[in-house]
Design a binder for this molecule. Structure first.
Ligand SMILES: [Zn+2]
Ligand SMILES: [Zn+2]
Length: 352
Protein backbone atom coordinates (compact mmCIF):
# COMPACT_ATOMS: atom_id res chain seq x y z
CA UNK A 1 0.00 0.00 0.00
CA UNK A 2 1.28 3.44 -0.93
CA UNK A 3 2.52 5.35 2.06
CA UNK A 4 0.60 8.62 1.82
CA UNK A 5 0.03 10.86 4.77
CA UNK A 6 -3.67 11.52 5.32
CA UNK A 7 -4.72 14.94 4.09
CA UNK A 8 -7.84 16.93 3.44
CA UNK A 9 -8.39 18.60 0.13
CA UNK A 10 -10.44 21.79 0.27
CA UNK A 11 -12.46 22.37 -2.87
CA UNK A 12 -14.60 25.21 -1.62
CA UNK A 13 -14.49 27.85 1.05
CA UNK A 14 -17.47 30.02 1.92
CA UNK A 15 -17.37 32.90 4.34
CA UNK A 16 -20.44 34.30 6.00
CA UNK A 17 -21.52 36.47 8.92
CA UNK A 18 -22.65 35.08 12.26
CA UNK A 19 -26.40 35.18 12.70
CA UNK A 20 -27.93 36.75 15.83
CA UNK A 21 -28.73 33.29 17.18
CA UNK A 22 -25.12 32.19 16.69
CA UNK A 23 -23.80 35.34 18.39
CA UNK A 24 -26.06 34.62 21.36
CA UNK A 25 -24.70 31.08 21.60
CA UNK A 26 -21.06 32.18 21.35
CA UNK A 27 -21.40 35.11 23.73
CA UNK A 28 -20.82 34.58 27.46
CA UNK A 29 -22.27 37.96 28.48
CA UNK A 30 -24.01 41.11 27.30
CA UNK A 31 -21.83 44.23 27.49
CA UNK A 32 -23.97 47.04 28.88
CA UNK A 33 -21.66 49.46 30.65
CA UNK A 34 -19.51 52.16 29.05
CA UNK A 35 -17.27 52.10 32.11
CA UNK A 36 -14.51 49.56 31.52
CA UNK A 37 -11.92 50.24 34.28
CA UNK A 38 -12.76 52.07 37.50
CA UNK A 39 -10.53 54.52 39.41
CA UNK A 40 -9.11 51.68 41.45
CA UNK A 41 -7.94 49.95 38.26
CA UNK A 42 -10.53 47.17 38.54
CA UNK A 43 -12.46 45.76 35.57
CA UNK A 44 -16.12 46.86 35.79
CA UNK A 45 -18.95 44.33 35.76
CA UNK A 46 -20.82 44.47 32.43
CA UNK A 47 -18.01 46.55 30.90
CA UNK A 48 -15.69 45.85 28.00
CA UNK A 49 -13.06 44.22 30.27
CA UNK A 50 -15.51 42.14 32.33
CA UNK A 51 -13.60 39.09 33.52
CA UNK A 52 -16.25 36.71 32.17
CA UNK A 53 -14.63 37.39 28.78
CA UNK A 54 -11.21 36.42 30.14
CA UNK A 55 -8.35 38.09 31.99
CA UNK A 56 -5.42 40.08 30.62
CA UNK A 57 -1.78 39.50 31.47
CA UNK A 58 -0.07 42.18 33.60
CA UNK A 59 -3.47 43.82 34.28
CA UNK A 60 -5.25 41.22 36.30
CA UNK A 61 -3.84 38.47 38.48
CA UNK A 62 -7.11 36.58 38.90
CA UNK A 63 -8.65 33.80 36.84
CA UNK A 64 -11.26 33.93 34.06
CA UNK A 65 -14.79 33.82 35.50
CA UNK A 66 -15.96 31.56 32.65
CA UNK A 67 -13.28 28.87 32.29
CA UNK A 68 -11.43 29.51 35.60
CA UNK A 69 -8.02 29.49 33.88
CA UNK A 70 -5.34 32.15 34.27
CA UNK A 71 -4.45 34.81 31.68
CA UNK A 72 -1.84 32.58 30.08
CA UNK A 73 -4.12 29.60 29.50
CA UNK A 74 -7.57 31.15 28.93
CA UNK A 75 -8.13 31.78 25.22
CA UNK A 76 -10.72 34.46 25.93
CA UNK A 77 -14.50 34.45 25.40
CA UNK A 78 -16.69 36.70 23.27
CA UNK A 79 -19.41 38.98 24.59
CA UNK A 80 -22.02 40.95 22.68
CA UNK A 81 -23.81 44.30 22.57
CA UNK A 82 -27.57 44.33 21.98
CA UNK A 83 -28.49 47.20 19.66
CA UNK A 84 -31.84 48.85 20.54
CA UNK A 85 -32.60 49.07 16.78
CA UNK A 86 -30.87 47.40 13.84
CA UNK A 87 -28.23 49.41 11.97
CA UNK A 88 -26.85 49.02 8.45
CA UNK A 89 -23.95 46.58 8.31
CA UNK A 90 -21.08 48.67 6.87
CA UNK A 91 -19.56 45.57 5.20
CA UNK A 92 -22.60 45.21 2.93
CA UNK A 93 -23.62 48.83 2.51
CA UNK A 94 -22.87 48.89 -1.24
CA UNK A 95 -24.80 45.65 -1.79
CA UNK A 96 -27.71 46.93 0.26
CA UNK A 97 -27.82 50.16 -1.70
CA UNK A 98 -27.87 48.26 -5.02
CA UNK A 99 -30.61 45.99 -3.74
CA UNK A 100 -32.86 48.77 -2.43
CA UNK A 101 -32.68 50.46 -5.84
CA UNK A 102 -34.07 47.45 -7.68
CA UNK A 103 -36.64 46.00 -5.27
CA UNK A 104 -40.31 46.95 -5.54
CA UNK A 105 -41.54 48.69 -2.36
CA UNK A 106 -45.01 47.33 -2.96
CA UNK A 107 -44.52 43.58 -3.31
CA UNK A 108 -40.78 43.03 -2.80
CA UNK A 109 -40.26 41.55 -6.26
CA UNK A 110 -37.45 42.43 -8.66
CA UNK A 111 -39.19 43.64 -11.82
CA UNK A 112 -36.85 41.88 -14.26
CA UNK A 113 -37.49 40.44 -17.70
CA UNK A 114 -37.78 36.60 -17.51
CA UNK A 115 -35.25 36.18 -20.33
CA UNK A 116 -32.69 38.32 -18.48
CA UNK A 117 -33.23 36.24 -15.33
CA UNK A 118 -32.69 33.04 -17.31
CA UNK A 119 -29.58 34.48 -18.96
CA UNK A 120 -28.07 35.41 -15.60
CA UNK A 121 -29.00 32.03 -14.12
CA UNK A 122 -27.11 30.09 -16.82
CA UNK A 123 -24.18 32.50 -16.87
CA UNK A 124 -23.67 32.12 -13.13
CA UNK A 125 -24.09 28.36 -13.35
CA UNK A 126 -21.25 28.18 -15.92
CA UNK A 127 -19.10 30.67 -14.03
CA UNK A 128 -19.41 28.69 -10.78
CA UNK A 129 -17.77 25.82 -12.68
CA UNK A 130 -15.01 28.07 -14.04
CA UNK A 131 -16.29 28.70 -17.61
CA UNK A 132 -15.85 32.42 -18.21
CA UNK A 133 -15.69 32.40 -22.04
CA UNK A 134 -18.62 29.98 -22.31
CA UNK A 135 -20.68 32.12 -19.90
CA UNK A 136 -20.39 35.04 -22.30
CA UNK A 137 -21.72 32.77 -25.07
CA UNK A 138 -25.08 32.65 -23.24
CA UNK A 139 -25.75 36.28 -24.33
CA UNK A 140 -25.53 35.22 -27.99
CA UNK A 141 -28.17 32.49 -27.55
CA UNK A 142 -30.51 34.87 -25.70
CA UNK A 143 -30.20 37.61 -28.33
CA UNK A 144 -30.92 35.08 -31.13
CA UNK A 145 -34.14 34.01 -29.38
CA UNK A 146 -35.02 37.69 -28.80
CA UNK A 147 -34.65 38.40 -32.52
CA UNK A 148 -37.06 35.55 -33.30
CA UNK A 149 -39.55 37.15 -30.91
CA UNK A 150 -39.65 40.32 -33.00
CA UNK A 151 -41.78 40.01 -36.11
CA UNK A 152 -41.70 42.49 -38.96
CA UNK A 153 -45.17 43.23 -40.36
CA UNK A 154 -46.16 44.31 -43.90
CA UNK A 155 -45.42 48.01 -43.16
CA UNK A 156 -41.92 47.15 -42.00
CA UNK A 157 -42.93 47.87 -38.39
CA UNK A 158 -41.44 45.66 -35.65
CA UNK A 159 -43.97 43.92 -33.42
CA UNK A 160 -43.70 41.22 -30.80
CA UNK A 161 -45.10 37.80 -31.68
CA UNK A 162 -48.44 37.54 -29.92
CA UNK A 163 -48.86 34.95 -27.18
CA UNK A 164 -45.32 33.85 -27.77
CA UNK A 165 -43.75 34.89 -24.45
CA UNK A 166 -44.16 31.53 -22.70
CA UNK A 167 -43.18 29.53 -25.79
CA UNK A 168 -40.12 31.73 -26.30
CA UNK A 169 -39.09 31.27 -22.68
CA UNK A 170 -39.46 27.50 -22.92
CA UNK A 171 -37.52 27.41 -26.19
CA UNK A 172 -34.77 29.57 -24.66
CA UNK A 173 -34.56 27.29 -21.63
CA UNK A 174 -34.23 24.22 -23.87
CA UNK A 175 -31.47 25.91 -25.91
CA UNK A 176 -29.60 26.98 -22.78
CA UNK A 177 -29.91 23.48 -21.30
CA UNK A 178 -28.45 21.99 -24.48
CA UNK A 179 -25.62 24.57 -24.44
CA UNK A 180 -24.85 23.80 -20.80
CA UNK A 181 -24.82 20.05 -21.53
CA UNK A 182 -22.40 20.55 -24.44
CA UNK A 183 -20.03 22.60 -22.25
CA UNK A 184 -20.23 19.97 -19.47
CA UNK A 185 -19.52 17.16 -21.97
CA UNK A 186 -16.40 18.99 -23.13
CA UNK A 187 -15.33 19.37 -19.52
CA UNK A 188 -15.09 15.58 -19.17
CA UNK A 189 -12.27 15.60 -21.77
CA UNK A 190 -10.54 18.80 -20.71
CA UNK A 191 -10.71 18.33 -16.93
CA UNK A 192 -12.47 20.57 -14.45
CA UNK A 193 -11.86 24.33 -14.34
CA UNK A 194 -11.04 26.44 -11.31
CA UNK A 195 -12.50 29.68 -10.04
CA UNK A 196 -10.00 32.41 -11.00
CA UNK A 197 -9.89 36.18 -10.79
CA UNK A 198 -10.95 36.31 -14.47
CA UNK A 199 -14.06 34.26 -13.68
CA UNK A 200 -14.71 36.57 -10.77
CA UNK A 201 -14.52 39.71 -12.92
CA UNK A 202 -16.76 38.16 -15.62
CA UNK A 203 -19.23 37.29 -12.87
CA UNK A 204 -19.21 40.88 -11.61
CA UNK A 205 -19.79 42.14 -15.15
CA UNK A 206 -22.73 39.73 -15.71
CA UNK A 207 -24.41 40.84 -12.48
CA UNK A 208 -23.75 44.51 -13.29
CA UNK A 209 -25.25 44.13 -16.74
CA UNK A 210 -28.31 42.34 -15.25
CA UNK A 211 -28.87 45.18 -12.76
CA UNK A 212 -28.52 47.81 -15.49
CA UNK A 213 -31.03 45.86 -17.62
CA UNK A 214 -33.68 46.64 -14.99
CA UNK A 215 -35.22 49.64 -16.67
CA UNK A 216 -36.61 52.38 -14.45
CA UNK A 217 -40.37 51.99 -14.37
CA UNK A 218 -43.02 54.26 -12.97
CA UNK A 219 -45.06 51.35 -11.61
CA UNK A 220 -44.22 47.78 -10.68
CA UNK A 221 -45.53 45.40 -13.38
CA UNK A 222 -46.58 42.91 -10.66
CA UNK A 223 -48.44 45.04 -8.12
CA UNK A 224 -48.69 48.50 -9.80
CA UNK A 225 -47.04 50.15 -6.79
CA UNK A 226 -45.13 53.35 -7.70
CA UNK A 227 -41.34 53.21 -7.95
CA UNK A 228 -38.99 55.07 -5.63
CA UNK A 229 -35.49 56.34 -6.18
CA UNK A 230 -33.02 55.64 -3.37
CA UNK A 231 -30.11 57.91 -2.47
CA UNK A 232 -27.48 57.23 0.18
CA UNK A 233 -26.64 60.53 1.88
CA UNK A 234 -25.10 61.35 5.28
CA UNK A 235 -25.28 57.71 6.43
CA UNK A 236 -29.00 57.60 5.61
CA UNK A 237 -31.03 55.97 2.87
CA UNK A 238 -33.34 58.61 1.41
CA UNK A 239 -36.27 57.41 -0.66
CA UNK A 240 -38.14 59.74 -2.98
CA UNK A 241 -41.05 59.03 -5.30
CA UNK A 242 -40.02 59.28 -8.94
CA UNK A 243 -41.04 62.59 -10.51
CA UNK A 244 -43.31 60.87 -13.00
CA UNK A 245 -45.81 59.83 -10.30
CA UNK A 246 -47.61 63.09 -10.44
CA UNK A 247 -50.00 64.23 -13.13
CA UNK A 248 -49.69 62.49 -16.48
CA UNK A 249 -48.23 59.23 -15.26
CA UNK A 250 -50.66 58.72 -12.40
CA UNK A 251 -52.51 55.44 -12.43
CA UNK A 252 -55.93 55.10 -10.80
CA UNK A 253 -55.52 51.37 -10.32
CA UNK A 254 -52.19 51.75 -8.51
CA UNK A 255 -52.27 50.07 -5.09
CA UNK A 256 -51.90 52.54 -2.25
CA UNK A 257 -50.53 50.26 0.44
CA UNK A 258 -47.06 48.83 0.06
CA UNK A 259 -44.91 46.78 2.40
CA UNK A 260 -43.93 49.93 4.26
CA UNK A 261 -46.00 52.85 5.41
CA UNK A 262 -44.37 55.39 3.09
CA UNK A 263 -45.65 58.78 2.04
CA UNK A 264 -45.98 58.55 -1.76
CA UNK A 265 -45.85 62.30 -2.25
CA UNK A 266 -42.51 63.34 -0.70
CA UNK A 267 -39.03 62.12 0.11
CA UNK A 268 -38.38 60.43 3.43
CA UNK A 269 -35.70 58.57 5.35
CA UNK A 270 -35.81 54.80 5.07
CA UNK A 271 -34.91 53.49 8.53
CA UNK A 272 -32.84 50.29 8.85
CA UNK A 273 -35.89 48.68 10.48
CA UNK A 274 -38.04 49.48 7.43
CA UNK A 275 -35.28 48.39 5.03
CA UNK A 276 -34.96 45.07 6.90
CA UNK A 277 -38.71 44.47 6.66
CA UNK A 278 -38.69 45.29 2.95
CA UNK A 279 -35.81 42.91 2.22
CA UNK A 280 -37.43 40.10 4.21
CA UNK A 281 -40.46 40.44 1.93
CA UNK A 282 -38.16 40.61 -1.11
CA UNK A 283 -36.55 37.32 -0.06
CA UNK A 284 -39.98 35.69 0.29
CA UNK A 285 -40.98 37.01 -3.10
CA UNK A 286 -37.86 36.32 -5.19
CA UNK A 287 -35.20 34.39 -3.29
CA UNK A 288 -33.90 32.72 -6.46
CA UNK A 289 -32.86 35.94 -8.23
CA UNK A 290 -31.58 37.50 -5.02
CA UNK A 291 -29.37 34.55 -4.16
CA UNK A 292 -27.92 34.63 -7.68
CA UNK A 293 -27.02 38.30 -7.50
CA UNK A 294 -25.76 38.07 -3.91
CA UNK A 295 -24.34 34.54 -3.35
CA UNK A 296 -23.51 35.49 0.24
CA UNK A 297 -27.24 35.00 0.99
CA UNK A 298 -27.05 31.31 0.05
CA UNK A 299 -25.25 30.05 3.12
CA UNK A 300 -27.31 31.76 5.76
CA UNK A 301 -28.62 29.50 8.54
CA UNK A 302 -31.46 31.90 9.38
CA UNK A 303 -35.04 32.26 8.20
CA UNK A 304 -34.30 35.75 6.88
CA UNK A 305 -30.94 35.65 5.05
CA UNK A 306 -31.19 39.33 4.07
CA UNK A 307 -30.85 40.24 7.77
CA UNK A 308 -27.09 40.01 7.26
CA UNK A 309 -27.27 43.48 5.71
CA UNK A 310 -28.06 44.74 9.24
CA UNK A 311 -26.53 44.44 12.70
CA UNK A 312 -28.77 44.00 15.71
CA UNK A 313 -26.29 42.10 17.88
CA UNK A 314 -22.64 43.12 17.81
CA UNK A 315 -20.03 40.51 18.69
CA UNK A 316 -17.37 41.78 21.12
CA UNK A 317 -14.05 39.95 20.85
CA UNK A 318 -12.24 38.88 24.06
CA UNK A 319 -10.20 41.55 25.92
CA UNK A 320 -6.89 39.76 25.33
CA UNK A 321 -7.17 40.61 21.60
CA UNK A 322 -7.73 44.32 22.31
CA UNK A 323 -5.29 44.71 25.21
CA UNK A 324 -5.16 47.50 27.72
CA UNK A 325 -1.74 49.13 28.20
CA UNK A 326 -0.82 50.21 31.71
CA UNK A 327 1.60 53.12 32.16
CA UNK A 328 2.03 53.65 35.88
CA UNK A 329 -1.42 54.68 37.10
CA UNK A 330 -2.61 55.38 33.59
CA UNK A 331 -4.50 52.93 31.36
CA UNK A 332 -4.42 53.28 27.59
CA UNK A 333 -7.33 51.57 25.91
CA UNK A 334 -7.19 49.84 22.56
CA UNK A 335 -8.63 51.76 19.55
CA UNK A 336 -11.44 49.22 19.12
CA UNK A 337 -12.51 49.76 22.74
CA UNK A 338 -12.90 53.49 22.08
CA UNK A 339 -15.20 52.66 19.14
CA UNK A 340 -17.17 50.08 21.14
CA UNK A 341 -17.68 52.66 23.90
CA UNK A 342 -19.15 55.03 21.30
CA UNK A 343 -21.55 52.26 20.26
CA UNK A 344 -22.56 51.70 23.92
CA UNK A 345 -23.09 55.44 24.39
CA UNK A 346 -25.35 55.64 21.34
CA UNK A 347 -27.28 52.55 22.49
CA UNK A 348 -27.88 54.25 25.86
CA UNK A 349 -29.07 57.45 24.17
CA UNK A 350 -31.51 55.53 22.01
CA UNK A 351 -33.05 53.60 24.90
CA UNK A 352 -33.90 56.76 26.86
ZN1 LIG B 1 -11.66 31.85 30.06
ZN1 LIG C 1 -44.47 45.24 -6.96
Amino acid sequence: MEDVAPYTEIDRLDLRMYSDEEIEKISVMQVTSEESINNMGHCCKGGLYDQRMGVMMRISTGVCETCHLNAEKCMGHCGHIDMPVPVYNPVFLTHLYKLLRIVCFGCGSIPANSMDVLQLQYQLKLLSEGYSHEALGVCQIVSEVREDEIQVDADGKETKATGAAVTMLMSLKAKLDAYYESVSARAADEGSRVYTSTVRSVRDECVKSFISSLKPRRFCPNCKYPSFSVIYRMSQMIVAPKATHAGKGKRDDAVVSGILDLDLSRQSVLTPLQARQLLREAWKSDSMTLSQIFPVLNNSPTKHPTDLFFISKLLVIPPKYRPLVRMGDLFLEHDSVVLLKNVLRLCRCMTF
